[in-house]
Structure formats: C-alpha cells, structure tokens
Design a binder for this molecule. Structure first.
Ligand code: FUB
Length: 523
C-alpha cells in the first residue's frame, strides 16, 4: 500500500515537473516569411542552418551573424532556432538566443558560435554538436567541438561531456586542423557517425551510443574534390550522402568561378565511413561567399536549408537562412541529387535606371582573371563598404602593366552619355605596389575603331565612391575604360574596380544580359 502510494506520488511529481518544464519553455516569435530568406528584415541575421525534425515540427538551428556592415569577420555569439509545421506556409517561430557557448561549456570562451548541429540521440534527447573556442589550450587553433544535451531543442542545455571537447587538436588523436563544422548521423541501427572540418580538411569518426565518445580510427577523406568546409552527413534509402561547401574554382569549373565563393557539392558512399565517391554540384554559389547546406526529410518532402546575403543589409558576414525543396533523381544509381533552384520572396519591381551595365557582358585585358577576383563584380549592382576579393575586378600581379582595360559589350547598339567607376585600393595614390587608385583613366567607345568619348568631363580617381564622367551621347555596342596604373619607371601598382555603371541618357526598365556573352567589337 505504502509502496504504491510512493509510486503514485513519484509519477505525479515527474508529470508535474515535465509540465513545468514545458510551461517554462521559451515562446517563439511569429515570423511571416513569404519566401527566402526566412528572417529578411535585417534585425537578426542567421547562418549555418542545421535542420532537425523534433516533436512533429521542423526546427532549424542557426548561428547569428552580428558583424557591422564594414567588418569582415564572423562575429557570432549565440545560436538561435526557427521552427515551422510546414515550410510552404511561410509561418515560422523564431527563438532568438537559445544558447551561448560560455553558458553551457565551462571550458569555452564567449563568441565564435560557428556551425553546429542538433540531432536526436538513441535516448530521445537532443544532442547539440557545437564548435567553440577553448578557453585554456596550448593548441595553435583553439576551435574544438563540444556536445550539449537537452530534452528539447529550446533547452535547457547542459554539457554532455563536462571534461571538455570531444574533438580538438589534442583529441581523439592529435591534428593540426581547425576543428569546426560538425555533422552527425544516428544511423538506423543506432550507430553514430561524426564528420567535421574546414579549409580542405575533412575528418570522420564513429561515436559510441553515448553520443560523446569517439570509437575507432579517425578517417581522413580526400576523395571529395574541392572540399572546403560545412559537411552534412545524411542517409536515404541505404545510400549515405555527404554534402559540402566546395571551392574548386576556375572559369571552366562546374562549382565556382571565384575562389572565395562556394558551391554545394556532394558525394555518396555505401557505408557511413566511406569510401566516398564524388557525384556533382547541387547548389551554385549563393550571394554570400560562404555556403552551408543542411538537408532533412519532413512530412515526406526533402528540404535543403542554406544561407545567403539576401536579407536587408545582408553581406558575407551578415547571412540569412533560406530553405528550398531538394529532389533526387532515382533513375540513377545511386540516386543523384538534382540541382537546387533557389527561390526568393516576392521582390518589388526594380526601379527604372540610367545604368544599363547589367545588360552587358564584361571583359578585361587580364582575362582569365586570378580566381580570387570575379569579373562579374563590375556590373552586379553591388558596392560594399569592405569588399572581399570576389567583389572586385582587379589586375594585380608581380609585374603590373602601365595600363589595363575593362570593357562592356552589348548585343545591340546602345546610347550612352555617362559612366561611373568605383575604384578600390589598399595603397595610396602614387604607390608602385599593392592596389592603388589609377593615375588617370579615360573611356573609349567602338565606332569602326576605338575612339575617345566626346566632350568628356570628370574622371576622378578617389577610391571608395563613384567617380562620374559625363560625355556627349554616343551610339555603340562596346565601351572601354582604359586605366593608367599608379607608379612609374617600370614599377606599377595593381588596379581594382568594385562597380562600373554605364549610363543611358534616360532611365529605363532594367534588363539582364542574355545567356550568351556578347561578341567583342574589335574582332
Ligand atoms: O559561420 C562561420 C563559418 O562560416 C562556418 O563554421 C562555416 O561553415 C561557414 O559557414
């Protein structure tokens, strides 16, 4: 009798406590997202999405980018969550600030809350694999992977391995890599596998079912060409897939034309630890230099979450999570992942503009450009306070020439009477090395031969703002800017341009260039 009373009391207490925990869970803030990115107004940036299905909902774990617009660094202090019952509904709940590294991992510093992943363990609890900085370590790179555990994605979280990280430069075996970007799969048979890595180094290891103890040898994967970072391990119908951000760059690359930008590529394997066979690209480079995949099946559909720079005020370090459908081609063996079509929320109609550079094909005297730079930067319509190399066209080498040129080619003749160039420099005017503003520049147009644009005025050379030129109208198919480099006596600085606008006399509705490059005029 006594025993059953105590048992009843115990059950009641457990139920009451569970009820309490549920009641004290943070409430999400409703978000209406009629398309991508999900958080679009620039109040909260969100990066490195890692989806999870829990309690019948789709959750997306994301880091939070907090860098000011002119800072090129991952300022990331906390993680946040997004949740929905149906991605197509556009109705999400936002749970900001669910976890900060220093609040859970006593051995970690604040900040550097990079790409993590939550997975449901065999015990039904949620395990959070988190790359964080160790507070005390002699490692040359202090990034390490800790594991937190909770009963629910919103927490509360406790360190599942309080003695320290499960992966670092010291463990489970010494390495000299940056130990970030963990991805974990709990296989159908309950075995657990962890991959991680960046800067071209990809590692994998099995974990014990306790979710924290590495088991067996660490495998080093080098069969996935262009692997850069952001691995995502998953399984579908007995095939293992490893998606990753790849940066195999070049004019002919199927991945990315510019080194800093990543495509999402993938390989498949018959077992969770490989061997991995490269299968192709599934997402072309996005608007941020980094790209980061997270794939999940939810209510029968497959989705890919990734991030872009597409939110208001967005940038390479102010990224925002997007989600789209992912499809497989089951006629192939193993089934292939089809190229993803990224979607956006409805955009306002672009305002008429005098700038018709977007309709032109850009060319330059130094093609093919070094893969660091991107000729597309010239007429992408974007200027940034702190551009990265692929946001620029640049002519810079060991021995820079005295002159370089950039050119726009239209399919049909256009009328122009102005232009604006935005130079970028890391050296002052007159420098003989690095990248300096030009000594001078002028515009030529094609009319059976290259001719100076008539009655030109302007030609400022200050970097960091548009330098305007006005001229009498010309009708032409090709416009060339000839840039004389800073320096002299055979030693010249390099040149860089962030944006080049070509101006028609009257504003017109913006049009994009056709798929094929326009032909040169002087051939
Ligand atoms: O967000 C910081 C880092 O950028 C991540 O760890 C990488 O995957 C890249 O997205």
């Amino acid at each position: 009798m006594m025993r059953s009373l105590r048992a009843a009391l115990l059950v009641a207490t457990v139920l009451a406590t569970a009820g309490c925990e549920e009641a004290s869970r943070p409430e999400g803030i409703p978000v209406e997202a009629p398309g991508n990115p999900i958080l679009a107004d620039g109040r909260y940036y969100s990066a490195d999405p890692a989806p999870l299905v829990f309690d019948g909902k789709l959750w997306i774990l994301a880091g939070r980018d907090e860098a000011p617009a002119d800072v090129n660094d991952f300022i990331m202090n906390e993680w946040q969550l997004l949740a929905t019952d149906d991605p197509a509904s556009g109705k999400w709940l936002h749970y900001p600030a669910i976890l900060r590294p220093e609040n859970v991992f006593k051995w970690a510093t604040p900040g550097r809350a990079y790409a993590g992943q939550m997975v449901k363990g065999p015990d039904g609890r949620v395990y959070f694999y988190a790359p964080v900085h160790q507070a005390h370590s002699t490692a040359e790179d202090r990034f390490a992977i800790g594991v937190a555990v909770a009963d629910h994605p919103t927490g509360p979280w406790v360190d599942a391995h309080p003695s320290g990280p499960i992966i670092s430069q010291e463990r489970p075996e010494p390495n000299r890599i940056q130990n970030i970007d963990p991805t974990v799969l709990v296989d159908d048979d309950g075995r657990v596998f962890l991959y991680w890595g960046t800067f071209g180094q990809l590692r994998g290891v099995e974990l014990e079912r306790d979710m924290v103890t590495p088991k067996g040898d660490v495998v080093k994967v080098d069969s996935l060409p262009g692997f850069f970072e952001a691995p995502w391990l998953m399984k579908r119908d007995g095939t293992y897939y490893l998606l990753y951000a790849g940066n195999r760059a070049g004019p002919e690359s199927d991945c990315t034309p510019a080194l800093y930008h990543a495509c999402i590529a993938y390989g498949t394997a018959p077992t969770p630890l490989g061997p991995w066979t490269y299968r192709g690209v599934l997402l072309k480079p996005v608007s941020s230099t980094t790209s980061h995949p997270g794939v999940i099946q939810f209510k029968g559909e497959w989705y890919i979450a990734y991030h872009t720079a597409d939110a208001e005020g967005g940038g390479h370090f102010r990224r925002s999570v997007a989600i789209d459908r992912l499809a497989f081609d089951d006629t192939q063996s193993p089934p292939a992942i089809r190229l993803v079509t990224p979607t956006r929320r409805p955009q306002p109609a672009p305002a008429p503009t005098r700038n018709i550079a977007g309709q032109a094909t850009a060319a330059a005297s130094n093609e093919p450009l070094p893969v660091k730079y991107w000729i597309k930067a010239l007429n992408d319509g974007i200027t940034r306070p702190a551009p990265l190399p692929p946001d620029l066209w640049a002519a810079v080498s060991e021995t820079n020439p005295a002159q370089s040129w950039i050119e726009y080619r239209w399919e049909q003749p256009v009328i122009l009477n102005g232009a604006r160039l935005w130079f970028w420099a890391d050296q002052p005017a007159g420098a003989q090395s690095g990248i300096a503003p030009p000594q001078a520049w002028h515009l030529l147009y094609w009319d059976k031969a290259w001719k100076p644009v008539p009655n030109a005025e302007g030609y400022g050379t200050e970097p960091g703002a548009f330098q305007d030129v006005t001229f009498s109208p010309v009708t032409t198919r090709c416009l060339r800017a000839v840039l004389t480099a800073s320096g002299g006596n055979g030693r010249y600085a390099g040149l860089a341009v962030q944006e080049w606008e070509a101006l028609a006399p009257e504003p017109q509705q913006p049009r994009l260039a056709g798929p094929d490059p326009a032909a040169p005029c002087d051939h």
